[in-house]
Ligand binder design. Structure first.
Ligand SMILES: Cc1cc2nc3c(=O)[nH]c(=O)nc-3n(C[C@H](O)[C@H](O)[C@H](O)COP(=O)(O)OP(=O)(O)OC[C@H]3O[C@@H](n4cnc5c(N)ncnc54)[C@H](O)[C@@H]3O)c2cc1C
Length: 310
């Protein structure tokens, strides 16, 4: 990338948060992905806004990463700027609402769901128990309408401040996000989530914490958390389970290089050590083809692909 642009980026955010030629395997839960020209880790919404404005002015491609837990990034990496939200200020503001039993809970897109859910639990606020074991960021969770064990982000979401296509920060309410199964309008519009407010209810701290512990145990029992992965690799086909279809197709443990269908949970593709993104991509393609041949169902990746021809 042009040195002048790199210098401009370094002047936009502090030098200590601009990194050149960075292996994106450090930024994904699959632990794969080639180098990015630049990774920038803005500390707040204003810095995100400035970097995006600069990238747009200079016509440099950019891509937003939350916690990288739903991503497969090519081994060729990314030519442009990766804007990682991991280091955004993750303070949490709790404000009681007039009904006497609800609270608005505000944090940045970069805060992890685990931190937010556990902090809410410590304050005796209920509603995010389902989210404590989802390893993504708050922003990523809103984009994907992340969900588990019967709960979804849309159930507790109040509003989000997002950066729109004109570079303005606008506030969108729950119905404006058009949440669906693992989707929201953010993906279509390519907005950037900056801050999110949730509505949580007063509950009993012990009960909330016990629920989180139980759900996390269920995860550890059922999911291959000992291996790098991006969680459930495929969307749930309506009325069916991707993991069951894959198992019924005889693909338990099926592998390409070190990429494998987990034997513990066939819905997870795992990295058994030295898998490349190409291995994972090839495995996913073969799973889709074989499941279709056997069952006639077309599986669709839930994970986001960056740097692959889709
Ligand atoms: C072990 C494991 C278990 C999991 N379990 C679950 C589960 O139970 N339920 C579930 O729903 N998911 C689960 N996931 C998947 C993942 O954690 C969620 O999809 C999560 O919401 C992704 O958040 P992230 O910050 O990691 O997003 P990333 O992976 O960083 O990004 C995903 C997409 O969102 C975009 N994005 C991220 N942040 C923003 C932002 N602020 N503004 C605009 N776009 C943004 C990115 O550009 C990308 O397109 C699991 C993953 C793992 C590894």
């Amino acid at each position: 990338m042009d040195n002048n642009i790199i210098e401009k980026i370094k002047k936009t955010v502090s030098y200590s948060r601009v990194f050149e030629n960075v292996a994106l395997s450090e930024y994904t839960s699959f632990k794969t992905g080639g180098p990015a020209d630049i990774v920038v880790r803005p500390k707040d919404a204003q810095e995100v806004k400035k970097i995006v404005a600069l990238a747009r002015d200079e016509k440099v491609p950019y891509y937003i990463l939350g916690n990288g837990t739903n991503m497969l990034i090519s081994d060729d990496g990314f030519r442009g700027i990766i804007i990682s939200l991991k280091e955004m200020d993750n303070s949490i503001q709790v404000t009681p609402l007039s009904d006497g039993e609800s609270y608005s809970v505000l944090t940045s897109a970069g805060c992890t769901l685990a931190r937010l859910s556990n902090e809410a639990a410590s304050k005796g606020l209920a509603g995010l128990e389902f989210a404590a074991g989802i390893p993504g960021s708050v922003g990523g969770a809103v984009v994907m309408n992340a969900g588990a064990y019967g709960g979804e982000i849309k159930d507790v979401f109040e509003w989000a401040d997002v950066l729109d296509e004109n570079g303005d920060i606008i506030r969108l309410k729950n119905d404006e996000l058009k949440f669906g199964y693992r989707r929201s309008i953010i993906q279509e519009k390519q907005y950037i989530v900056l801050a999110v407010s949730f509505i949580l209810k007063k509950g009993d701290e012990k009960t909330i914490k016990a629920e989180i512990r139980e759900l996390n145990e269920r995860r550890r029992d059922k999911q291959p958390l000992e291996y790098p992965s991006a969680g459930s690799t495929f969307k749930r086909p309506e009325g069916l389970f991707a993991g069951k279809l894959i198992e019924d197709t005889g693909l338990k443990g099926f592998s390409v290089g070190d990429a494998a269908v987990s034997e513990k949970h066939c819905g997870f593709v795992i990295n058994k050590g030295k898998a490349t993104s190409a291995d994972i991509y090839e495995l996913i393609s073969q799973v889709i083809e074989k499941v279709y041949d056997k069952t006639g169902v077309v599986l669709e990746p839930e994970i986001k692909l960056l740097g692959f021809d889709e």
